[in-house]
Design a protein around this ligand. Structure first.
Ligand SMILES: Nc1nc2c(ncn2[C@@H]2O[C@H](COP(=O)(O)OP(=O)(O)OP(=O)(O)O)[C@@H](O)[C@H]2O)c(=O)[nH]1
Ligand SMILES: [Mg+2]
Length: 144
């Protein structure tokens, strides 16, 4: 089981659908949702401290946590060291790399300051770039 966290609109549900190879239209995630071996979470849970407890408890059901950073939107940043609060390994995924003007380096630095250590994966749920590498990593680790 893999849990995906990150700010509202960062591309978590789209990433989950890309990994699971389903072409569902993404809609705003309203609650923590278990589907296809993954746990999708609403962006609010990463943005509003009173939800952090729920995220931490849910993370105990996952083997790995994916922290998502949008490479086109830096309005919301996660607290410094946020990744260190999770009781599971946290990896970083940078989304929307298909968008012209997306900033991979800045996105990676945002994840770094949130306490996410390597590896980082650079993906697009739209073009499919980077999804195979990420999926292979998850399978190698027995998470998927
Ligand atoms: N161009 C592009 N757009 C993307 C990509 N991934 C997601 N989006 C768009 O970004 C918006 C938000 O995507 P979601 O997957 O719903 O984001 P989320 O993180 O699940 O958001 P919440 O459920 O609100 O927390 C949607 O309009 C997606 O179509 C991508 O790789 N490329
Ligand atoms: Mg969502």
């Amino acid at each position: 089981m893999i849990m995906i966290i990150g700010p509202v609109g960062a591309g978590k549900t789209s990433l989950m659908n890309a990994i699971n190879q389903n072409c569902l239209k993404t809609e705003k995630t309203q609650s923590i949702c278990f589907d296809g071996g993954m746990i999708d979470t609403p962006g609010e849970y990463a943005q509003i401290p009173r939800f952090y407890g729920a995220l931490m408890v849910t993370a105990t059901q996952a083997k790995l946590v994916i922290m998502v950073q949008d490479s086109t939107n830096f309005r919301i940043s996660l607290p410094p060291g946020f990744a260190g609060m999770f009781p599971r390994p946290v990896i970083g995924v940078i989304t929307k790399i298909d968008v012209v003007g997306s900033d991979h380096v800045k996105a990676q630095n945002y994840l770094k300051q949130a306490g996410v250590k390597e590896p980082y994966f650079f993906v697009s749920a739209k073009s499919g770039a980077g999804i195979t590498q990420l999926t292979n990593y998850l399978m190698e680790r027995g998470c998927k």
